[in-house]
Design a protein around this ligand. Sequence first.
Ligand code: PEP
Ligand code: MG
Length: 585
Amino acid sequence: MRRGIAVSPGVAIGTAYVVHEIFVNPDTKRLEDSEVTAELANYEYARDKATAELRALEIKVESQVGHDEASIFTVHQAILRDAAFTNKIRSWIVDERMTSPAALHRLLGEYTQLFTRTNDEYLKERLNDVRDVIIRLGSFLSDAVNPKTEYLDGPLIVVTDELLPSQAVALGEIDVRGIVTQAGSQTSHAAIIARSRGIPAVSGIKGVLRRVNTGDTIVVDGRDGHVEINPNPESLAAFRKLEREFFDLKDHLAENRDHPAVTADGISLKLQANINLLPDAKAAVAMGASGIGLYRTEYLYLTHPDVPDEDEQYETYRSIVEASPNNNVTIRTLDIGGDKTIAYLGQNHQEANPFMGWRSIRLSFEHPEFFNTQIRAIVRVASEFPDGNVRMMFPMVTTVEEIRKLKSMVRRAYKSLNNRGIKTKELPVGMMLEVPAAAVSIDSMLDLIDFVSIGSNDLVQYLMAADRDNPKVAHLCQPLAPPVLLVLKNVIGACIEANKPVTVCGEMAGTPKAFILLMGMGLRRFSMSPAFIPSIKQLASQISVHDAQQIVQSVMKLKTTSQVKKFMARQIEQIAPNLVLLDTI
Ligand code: PEP
Ligand code: MG
């Protein structure tokens, strides 16, 4: 049994599928002369399989999601065709008698080193793509040596170091029931993807890749973050029962899709969804969201080979709004930097403190040409829908000066579109509250903006000075920490007092314990992974605002995170014993 961080609730059992084991235990074996030809054939086999898989993904993503999102797979195929790439692998196999996984490992090392030294823009931009391609090749190489594709049919638990963007997209292809990662935490990319698909997941299990082999039976318990490898029959039977209950509960909750979100004492709530790409908008409809509280536009940029132009952005945003519940969408401008980088925007060297560095609007301000383009595209879309349906939101706002500057950019966008003969409507403009400085000076900011959305994923990491992606400090990066709750209560109170709509769109909004507390603090708008909406709707119907307020009063007297968690776990057991399976610690 191993313990990590519970990042997506529920219980799942399946066959382990280890994604890139070759990089954990690089192969040191030297080939015999007689093995060289077969090893070259292995490599060609893997290359053909990877090419075919990428082509299939490209076609599928293009038809189901869009051309821009499919372009990542076009780029990956080009890397596979690249002569320098393949010649190096071949020569190491032939001249140095390396196995192909070892050659790939060496190639990855070379590219990574080049990335830090070279001025070659092409290499810099492509490092992430090259890495992704090498890992994909590696997974087929282990198949070539020891065919594992028979496992791909069954219910699978993906075990990996971290989930790469292309792997996340490809998850839709296979029957993945659970995810276990070595790196990552509550708010890492893998966690957000797992939650948006309703897949139980555990992150931050050190050394798990060395202990699990493809084909092992694995239990993922996303309630308390533990993973069992090849459990004994009694334990397996107990988990099968829990897994069945988890499925039944999900099916049952999905039935309340068309019911309104109201508390036990009849107060209406807005339960909205966080989305990244078009299919998520459809999931939001399927799960009964009333709108989109956070559309992360960076995924359009991340899957695009260069800056998407105004028309492309306009088309993408419009199709998202059209597909979204009630055509209601809060579009967030580019939030790049921190854990996500785009080389074509000049993020070519690693910063010492990327989360505190050149990210979000700080980066956008230095690229006024593309920032203005994005603002114009959003204004154009908003002007085509009823007033207030489409809102624009800026991430990482830190100072009043920034808000003034942003607003003047929005005004310029109206003007420039009008000059081109395009009619515009004023759209609501809001800020994400993610930086402690903004929480402290919220009163002087509220006059300038139309709404606030609290990005608790970042707010918590900045308040606690604990990186949201680093499992070593995950015990500090806790949304239920007393200082975090105090700040949230103050900010929500300030917004209510100033009559400004306020939402929480960080991951905590969709977790039962935090939901109750936020509701008790006066919050009525929540935005979360679509998969959480049915359970939160159910929970809301079982608790009154009055009771939630009492709970907040008691919790605000507690001094430690673990006291808050224990107290809230007892509350959930009493208020919603039917939902305990969906709670995380
Ligand atoms: C947040 O910080 O809470 C948030 C919703 O934004 P992101 O997770 O995209 O940083
Ligand atoms: Mg954020």
